[in-house]
Design a protein around this ligand. Structure first.
Ligand code: FPP
Length: 272
């Protein structure tokens, strides 16, 4: 049983969906079959997040670097994306989900664009949850694009160099239009970020799951959220229960707060 607090849900969750290839290889099957099974996990987790009331879910579906994979695999992934967008269209529209996409979308083939673009515009007014697919996406590329935009403004004389601020950069990151990610989950046992949401990750909580993405179940999502809820986010400040260490004078060191106990949680919801 996993308990998730109804309050204190992460508003924006990002997921690095890793392990499709290994899932297939472990079964003596083609990598593409792992991706197909991974699509089913996408459906499962989108529905679970929507039911929980998560406001924004960003899925790393295809990185800018993934174009270098064998053509057969890239084509299969594009086909799966198309199938996903077609099969989920009604569900997305009926459940108040806004379908968003970030990344170098101009590189996507027509088979994807012809279903992606209409769903983006048809769901644009929906507000319950924003589902963002990171497609042909790279965090460094996103930062470089934002920097380039600001550089153009400086060159055109509409912005001074001193106005190239953290806020100005942030405002030009499409991945952060739904707010910074609060929780980033990576499946598949690796513990790295692989160029995902780099700028927004500054204060995100990270959760690494050993489950291969096709095996990632609702219960694994709840476990990640419960783990998030058990942490104290300090954003560079001292903990809420930090107390000055006596005898150290001004600017005394502080002791860190102990992890929050189960008892202090106000509303608990049994979810799985
Ligand atoms: C990483 O696994 C996964 C990807 C590169 C693609 C993710 C794609 C899907 C989950 C399916 C299609 C997406 C949608 C939104 C319907 P990997 O192949 O690198 O796994 P490995 O590390 O085991 O080789």
């Amino acid at each position: 049983m996993v308990y998730v607090e109804a309050q204190n849900l992460p508003s924006h969750i990002g997921i690095i969906m890793d392990g499709n290839g290994r899932w297939a290889q472990l079964r003596g099957r083609e990598r593409v079959e792992g991706h197909r099974e991974g699509s089913k996990a996408v459906r499962r987790i989108v529905r679970a997040a929507r039911r929980l009331g998560i406001r924004a879910l960003t899925l790393y579906a295809f990185s800018e670097q993934n174009w270098a994979r064998p053509d057969l695999e890239v084509d299969a992934l594009m086909q799966l994306l198309r199938e996903f967008l077609l099969s989920e269209r009604d569900d997305i529209l009926d459940n108040g989900i806004r379908l968003n996409a970030i990344g170098n979308l101009g590189r996507l083939p027509a088979v994807v664009r012809t279903v992606l673009d209409p769903l983006r515009s048809d769901s644009a007014g929906q507000e319950a949850m924003t589902l963002t697919l990171a497609l042909s996406y790279g965090g460094r590329e996103e930062i470089a694009n934002a920097a380039r935009e600001l550089a153009r403004e400086v060159a055109a004389g509409t912005r001074s160099a001193d106005d190239v601020t953290e806020e100005a950069l942030h405002a030009r990151m499409p991945s952060l239009s739904v707010g910074d990610p609060d929780l980033v989950i990576r499946t598949g046992g690796e513990r790295r970020i692989s160029n995902f949401l780099l700028y927004g990750l500054a204060y995100a909580e990270l959760h690494f799951s050993d489950a291969l993405w096709p095996d990632f179940a609702e219960a694994d999502l709840y476990e990640a959220i419960a783990s998030f809820q058990g942490r104290e986010r300090r954003f560079g400040l001292v903990g809420k229960a930090a107390v000055p260490v006596l005898g150290e004078g001004e600017g005394a060191a502080t002791s860190e707060r102990a992890p929050r106990s189960e008892e202090s949680a106000t509303v608990l919801r049994l979810v799985g």
